[in-house]
Structure formats: C-alpha cells, structure tokens
Design a protein around this ligand. Sequence first.
Ligand code: ADP
Ligand code: MG
Length: 239
Amino acid sequence: MEPSISIRNLSLNFGALKVLKNLDLEIGKGEFLVLLGSSGCGKSTLLNCIAGLLDVSDGQIFIGGRNVTWAQPSERGIGMVFQSYALYPQMTIKGNLSFGLKNAGVSRDEIEERVRRAAQVLQIEPLLERKPAALSGGQRQRAAIGRALVRDVDVFLFDEPLSNLDAKLRADLRVEIKQLHQKLHNTMIYVTHDQIEAMTLADRIAIMRGGSIMQLASPNEIYMRPVNKYVAQFIGSPS
Ligand code: ADP
Ligand code: MG
C-alpha cells in the first residue's frame, strides 16, 4: 500500500485534557478511510490536525510523503467538508465554488472549467446562479462538497457531512459520495458516528475511543472479528 497520509505518534492536548494519544495511522493512496466513534472520542480533533486547523502537541503528519506537521492548511493539498455547510450566504453557489480559487490566483478560464466540472459531477449545474438560501439541505451539502472538489486535490477530509440531513437524503448522498470516490479515486478520510455510514462507505474503518484507535480493519473484518467487547457492541456484531 502506497501511503498517502502517515500519522506518526500524534498527540494533542487541550490544556490538561489529552484528546489524542500517540496515534499512528497510515492511509493508502485512493483509500476511503472512515474514522468511527462516539461523540467526544477525538474524531474532529484528528481531522483538524490533519487539515492544519489545530497545532499538534507531539508527533508528525505526512501527506504525499511531505512532512506537513507545521504547514499552513492551504499548503497541505487537502479539501475539507464540514458538518455545517459553511457556504457564504451572500454569494451565489458559483461564487462560493470560485472564491477560494480566485484567492489562490487560479486563472479565470481554469476556474470556469473546474466549477463546470464539479457542478456536473454533483448535478448542481442548474443551481450555480442561486444563493444558498434558495437551495434545499441536500443541494447545499452538494455545493459544499463542490467547494472541496474544485480545489483539484488528492485528499478530501469530510467531518460528518450528512449528519444534519434527514434519513432519506442521508441515504441518497451516501450513495453519491461512494460513486464520487469510485470516479475520482481520491484519498478520503471520512468522520462519522454512524455505523451504517461507516460500513457502506469505508475501505477500512478506524474505530476510535478516548483519543486512541481501538481497531483498524475492513468493515467485514471488524464486524466478524471485533477486537473487544466495546467494538463488538458499538458495531453491532453478532455475538
Ligand atoms: P468528536 O469529533 O469525536 O465528537 P472532538 O474531537 O470534537 O470529538 O472532541 C474530543 C474531545 O476534545 C472532547 O472531550 C471535547 O470536549 C474536547 N475538545 C474539542 N475541542 C476542544 C477545544 N477547542 N478546547 C477544549 N477541549 C476541546
Ligand atoms: Mg466531531
């Protein structure tokens, strides 16, 4: 497995609170890795460290072989999608998708092309001139994914992108995200506390608890051979 991301001995403390504890994790190029665990176990913190939105207390992060532990978020070659859509309300969807690229000095033609391509993949072409308020929840979340897609990066970080949506929409978008990954072959780290989401999306699942990874394996392996009682109960393995 050619690693896309390597996390070595990563720790993060908020004051006296040890949130991540000596984590080691290798994510393969093109792999869909799901970080699964109950609320407060450190999933978002780990993702934010990888994205460069939090400074680590100890350890190192490599992306594409490059040590990015102290690199700015914009220098890490990642796109991130959050739980809340975080679209700019005053801009059109097209404006939202273009914004980061303009700032990064990408040419106008190139921006047009990338926005068109992302909108096509996500089926939001007819919505480009609308503002976020005129979109449904699912359309907004597609637009938020679009904003990560246009960055043309190899690594995507998703933090519970579907948890604000109703069950039907969540199921639909789950399928779309899976198809998107099969089309793009990007490296994906996807955070969720939803077992079904993890089982359907992941190549491998990392089960987190209390700032550590308890088990890292394929969905089938975790389901059939959970390493302990906690994992078995959490994943709903047959006993
Ligand atoms: P998850 O995403 O798995 O729900 P988080 O990574 O958000 O968990 O949080 C892990 C732990 O760190 C929790 O106990 C949370 O209260 C704590 N925490 C998160 N962010 C901060 C912060 N900025 N300051 C202090 N504690 C924090
Ligand atoms: Mg979280």
